[in-house]
Write a protein that binds this ligand. Structure first.
Ligand code: AMP
Length: 417
């Protein structure tokens, strides 16, 4: 029984079409070349991971708590589609012995991530990230380096105007005492906060700072700032990161409300926004230091820092700035005047030795085929008719000038080269 309704894509995912892919590849190529310029190596990890790995490291994030694609089958390991890459990259680093000498790994990964989020523009259920991770590096110079890479990538695709927001959220030594201060500040205000933040006040008070609900905003200004309560080590790290960025000519804004609500995140957090973007707009890239992540996964304690950039969002931003110019897939189109698939195939094969070549096999009327050649934007048409083909001859048409000449099939490569 044929269906009455054609089958469409799943909600929240999208096709990336041939016309979009040149821009998409520019963004990916800029990512790769920037990462390589800094000595980073590519890693590919599975899109499926044990659900436990993902859930352990993200329990309190929307990406894990609400948006995880999770597959549970009786008697089988519960799996999840990765919502982000860092957990898997850290797992792979240890599991494959990259933590043996030289210990320091500079890695990058480009691939799809999955979140069962409410679909909207710039927010998809399958989206692609460029991830950069340094595992085994504690120096603040690594924090500055990954920030420089993120900026270099975005500048590399001509997104020059950027806003970098930066903060430090301390570590296991200083953050607990700060969180107590934050709770002390918010407790008397609890009844004025929205429901979710009332719960967060005790479970994850840091998240009160990045709450976007309007009713909670007025209280932030008076909240204690984590950077005023760092231990000596974290303060020195925070100071170094800022000095390194300044020395690199990278402007940033200290955003005291920029946080990550998970314990394994330490010290530096940052986000890049398009210049001029305000408030609720989504970041192009975000990252930070995660010195507690390896241990959270059950591996030896190992520092790490990195970021994830959104390839979909960066591509969309570029497309808004520069409308797509269609690029023809082939330089040459072989156009038989009549039904001559055998000849068209052979001539196309000859041309293909020197130029991308397609052939129009359909026995349609000839003017329609020529109009298609115009529309496709090919540089050359190779026109066949039965009489010429019998002599292994064709007409070579320069589509821009309209000039035509008779050419032997075997001379086509030299004419087209
Ligand atoms: P996050 O892992 O949430 O910090 O996201 C890192 C980057 O990935 C963001 O700055 C976005 O550019 C991109 N991103 C995150 N979620 C989505 C999504 N649902 N659709 C498209 N891009 C996303």
């Amino acid at each position: 029984m044929p269906r009455t309704e054609p089958i469409k894509a799943a909600r929240g995912v999208r096709d990336i079409l041939p016309g979009e892919l040149p821009l998409w590849h520019q963004v990916e190529d800029a990512a790769e070349s920037t990462a390589r310029r800094y000595g980073y190596e590519e890693i590919v990890t599975p899109v499926i991971e044990p659900a436990e790995l993902i859930e352990r490291i993200g329990a309190d994030t929307d990406a894990v708590a609400k948006e995880l694609y999770r597959f549970e089958r009786p008697g089988m390991q519960t799996l999840a589609l990765r919502p982000e890459a860092t957990a898997g990259v850290v797992r792979a680093y240890f599991e494959n012995g990259l933590n043996q000498a030289p210990k320091l790994a500079r890695l990058y990964l480009i691939g799809p991530m999955f979140r069962h989020d409410r679909p909207q523009k710039g927010r998809y259920r399958q989206f692609f990230q460029f991830n950069v991770e340094v595992i085994g590096g504690a120096s603040p110079a690594f924090d500055a380096e990954v920030i420089e890479i993120a900026r270099g990538w975005l500048n590399g695709v001509r997104i020059e105007s950027l806003r970098l927001e930066l903060n430090s959220i301390g570590d296991h030594r200083c953050r607990p005492a700060y969180l107590e201060k934050l709770k002390d500040y918010y407790r008397p205000l609890k009844s004025q906060l929205h429901g979710e933040c009332q719960l967060r006040l005790e479970s994850n008070p840091l998240r009160l700072l990045d709450c976007k609900v309007p009713q909670d905003q007025p209280f932030k200004a008076g909240a204690p700032r984590v950077t005023d309560h760092l231990c000596d080590e974290c303060a020195a790290h925070w100071d170094s990161v800022q000095r390194l960025l300044t020395a690199a000519g990278i402007e940033y804004q200290h955003n005291p409300y920029l946080v990550r609500g998970l314990d394994y995140y330490t010290r530096t957090v940052f986000e890049f926004y398009p210049g001029g973007a305000t408030g609720q707009q989504d970041a192009l890239a975000s990252g930070g230091r995660y010195d507690g992540l390896a241990a959270e996964e059950g591996w030896p304690e190992t520092p790490g820092v990195g970021f994830a950039g959104g390839i979909d969002r960066v591509t969309e931003l570029l497309r808004e700035k520069t409308p797509l110019a269609p690029t023809p897939a082939a330089d040459v189109l072989v156009i038989p005047n009549g039904d001559m698939p055998m000849e068209a195939t052979e001539v196309a094969r000859i041309c293909r030795a020197v130029r991308p070549t397609a052939a129009d096999y359909e026995p349609r009327n000839f003017p329609a085929k020529m109009r298609l050649a115009e529309a496709l934007g090919v540089t050359w048409a190779v026109i066949l008719n039965p009489a010429q083909a019998a002599r292994r001859m064709a007409r070579l048409r320069d589509m821009a000038s309209g000039d035509e000449s008779e050419v032997a099939w075997d001379d086509l490569p030299s004419k087209l080269a």
